[in-house]
Design a protein around this ligand. Structure first.
Ligand SMILES: [Ca+2]
Ligand SMILES: [Ca+2]
Length: 84
């Protein structure tokens, strides 16, 4: 009986890991809507200039230097303009 419970638990765990689609972070998507738009640029700008909070700050570090600053803002602008 104990083995069946363990087996069921392992199968459940496997299904959770395999079946649940965990979305990957989208670089530049600071409001977590899975799209990178002008809205993200406005939110990032407000964060850099005014210190406003972002829903997904982990997606804001566009140049992956560990800091969210004006360089990320420029990189997001360039991305939205199709330059990068
Ligand atoms: Ca977004
Ligand atoms: Ca950065």
């Amino acid at each position: 009986m104990k083995n069946i419970i363990i087996l069921a638990f392992v199968l459940l765990l496997f299904c959770i890991i395999v079946c649940v689609d965990i979305p990957k972070p989208v670089k530049g998507d600071v409001n977590c809507d899975r799209r990178v738009t002008i809205t993200d640029l406005v939110i990032l700008h407000r964060h850099v200039e005014l210190g406003d909070k972002m829903k997904c700050p982990g997606n804001a570090d566009m140049n992956r230097d560990g800091v969210i600053d004006v360089l990320d803002l420029v990189k997001l602008q360039r991305h939205l303009a199709g330059l990068e």
